[in-house]
Design a protein around this ligand. Structure first.
Ligand code: HEM
Ligand code: CU
Length: 548
């Protein structure tokens, strides 16, 4: 049988369904992606506010209190309203298709998970009207319980709502991946994205409730004057730090593991080679997830943590470099000698590997106690975290958009503008964040609106870089909107990929597959039979379905 025509497949495909409560994982996936991208634009505007302030050494653009609000809300938006929901969007869209399922295990819960995001975002942003939270995205007491109450309360409520959404998503991903695969697909036949989401979801389930606990106690301290964390009333702020980082260190893996998974899907397809070290990549996700739970106090080397404990956390942190290095090595080995298509998806994937590597290396430096004490709370930290979160997660998310856009919309994106987007982003990102390493080593403190004039020139360079970054978003935005409306039609399998989402039409029909998908090969057996590799997408599909 012919694969279904996209039009017939996307029956009832009107734009209104994206604005209502849906139980279709594909609609929900796109809802997550579009919503989180809108929040990314807002978080980016706030970041530009921060960078304009820092363009000159004096606190002259906004008042310092508002500056604190800008970087606090910027960071909170980027983490809880952009990266976490954007990766949930990809997982939602891709995973049921890639395991041959009709939908997620709990479709209604899935809809609820998404619909918690907009109210969470509105709560957070409305804090600007009542005195924005100003204690940083970490909200350490006592700072967070002695300032303006309204904004801080909204911050706590918002993060609680967004954390709940993330937990609901995790329950769904675990159940879907473990229970909904087509019969022939064993765990070791799963696409690596599924392994990564297993590991990330387990982390979410174990760590997010601890954050919720910490925030509820913080809320009591703030509103009712209880003394859990407030030292002025006899509480212990270090306990808050432990509880906060017990979530927030794993959070960096919650943000990066899904992207690791996406990159493991994208690289072999566009390098036309089998993935190097399937099992090593799969199990290293689990190892990262386990180790990620026992390193949180590397954020607290300067919080009076005893020496022997610092030693433990230093060694455990450095150990994470092993499973992470295994992944980086495997991606490079997959690219090595491949028949590369340097399209936008692949460029962003390679950009991801190289930029994440820089962030990973500065991470290993920070794991070392003496070095961390030296650069604690300086711009070195800001440089490090942006190489991981932006050079890592954001580059990976863009790679994912270019790769799965044809599947999601039935249209191809424009390659020329995709490349313009990549090179502007790559250049702007490095111009903005690379010099911050040096600023940090020279001692420029983070989270302060005013700085020593000797840093003025370098800060101006960072600010110019941030403008280029902001501009780099425009070609992407126009490309995505224009291609969605009027891009060339995409076939079912434009990249000639082997995972199951490419066996159905683009976009897929309501229940994903008109006939049971066939597990025709392992997920990454590219380039093994060269004749097979030269076939067109339709020939391939026909052959698989036994029609030649
Ligand atoms: C996805 C993208 C981004 C993420 C996930 C992100 C995340 C963060 C986080 C978590 C912080 C908090 C650091 C702290 O603990 O104080 C932060 C601070 C900051 N971000 Fe971003 N950011 C992103 C994009 C950007 C962009 C595009 C810019 C510049 C245009 C930017 C500029 C800054 C600056 C300057 C600070 C430091 C504020 C300060 O400590 O004084 N960020 N960001
Ligand atoms: Cu950490």
């Amino acid at each position: 049988m012919k694969p279904p025509e996209p039009d017939e497949a996307s029956n009832g495909n009107n734009w209104r369904k994206y604005f209502g409560f849906s139980t279709d994982h594909k609609v929900i996936g796109i809802q997550y992606l579009v919503t989180s991208f809108l929040f990314y634009l807002i978080g980016g505007l706030l970041a530009e506010g921060v960078r304009v302030e820092l363009a000159t050494p004096d606190p002259d653009f906004v008042d310092p209190q508002l500056y604190n609000g800008l970087f606090t809300v910027h960071a909170t938006v980027m983490i809880f309203l952009w990266i976490v929901p954007a990766t949930a969007g990809f997982a939602n869209y891709v995973i049921p298709l890639a395991i041959g399922a009709k939908d997620m295990a709990f479709p209604r819960l899935n809809g609820v998970g998404f619909w918690l995001i907009p109210p969470g975002g509105i709560l957070l942003l409305s804090s600007f009207f009542v005195g924005a939270p100003a204690a940083g995205w970490t909200s350490y007491p006592p700072l967070s319980v002695v300032g303006e109450k309204g904004g801080q309360l909204l911050w706590i409520l918002s993060v609680l709502v967004l954390g709940t959404s993330s937990i609901l998503g995790a329950i769904n991903f675990l159940s879907t991946i473990l229970k909904m695969r087509i019969r022939e697909m064993e765990l070791n036949d799963m696409p690596l994205f599924c392994w990564a989401m297993l590991a990330a979801s387990a982390l979410i389930l174990v760590s997010t409730p601890v954050l919720a606990g910490a925030l509820i106690l913080l809320c009591f301290d703030l509103m009712a004057g209880t003394p859990f964390f407030n030292p002025m009333a006899g509480g212990d702020p270090v306990v808050y730090q432990h509880m906060f980082w017990f979530y927030s260190h794993p959070a960096v893996y919650i943000m990066i593991l899904p992207v690791f998974g996406m990159i493991s899907e994208i690289i072999p397809v566009h390098a036309r080679k089998p993935i190097f070290g399937y099992q090593a990549i799969a199990y290293s996700s689990l190892a990262i997830s386990f180790l990620g739970l026992i390193v949180w106090a590397h954020h607290m080397f300067t919080s009076g943590t005893p020496g022997w404990l610092r030693m433990f956390f230093m060694i455990a942190t450095m150990a994470i470099a092993v499973p992470t290095g295994i992944k980086v090595f495997s991606w490079v080995a997959t690219i090595w000698g491949g028949k590369l298509r340097l399209n936008s998806a692949m460029l962003f994937a390679i950009g991801f590997v190289s930029m994440f590597l820089v962030g990973g290396l500065s991470g290993v430096m920070l794991a070392s106690v003496p070095f961390d004490i030296h650069v604690h709370d300086t711009y070195f930290i800001v440089a490090h975290l942006h190489y991981v979160l932006f050079g890592g997660s954001v580059f990976g998310i863009y790679a994912g958009v270019y790769h799965w856009f044809p599947k999601m919309t039935g249209r191809m994106m424009n390659e020329f503008w995709g490349k313009v987007h990549f090179f502007l982003t790559f250049f702007g990102f490095n111009l903005c964040f690379l010099p911050m390493h040096w600023l940090g080593l020279q001692g420029m403190p983070r989270r302060v609106a005013q700085y020593n004039p000797e840093f003025a020139t370098v800060n101006m360079v960072c600010t110019v870089g941030s403008f280029i970054l902001a501009i780099s978003t425009l070609p992407f935005l126009f490309n995505a909107i224009w291609s969605w409306i009027a891009g060339p039609k995409a076939s079912a399998n434009p990249w000639r990929a082997l995972t199951l989402e490419w066996q159905t039409s683009s976009p897929p029909p309501v229940e994903n597959f008109l006939e049971e998908p066939v597990l025709w090969s392992g997920p990454y057996e590219y380039g093994i039979d060269t004749l097979y590799d030269r076939q067109s997408a339709d020939e391939l599909l026909a052959e698989v379905k036994g029609e030649v």
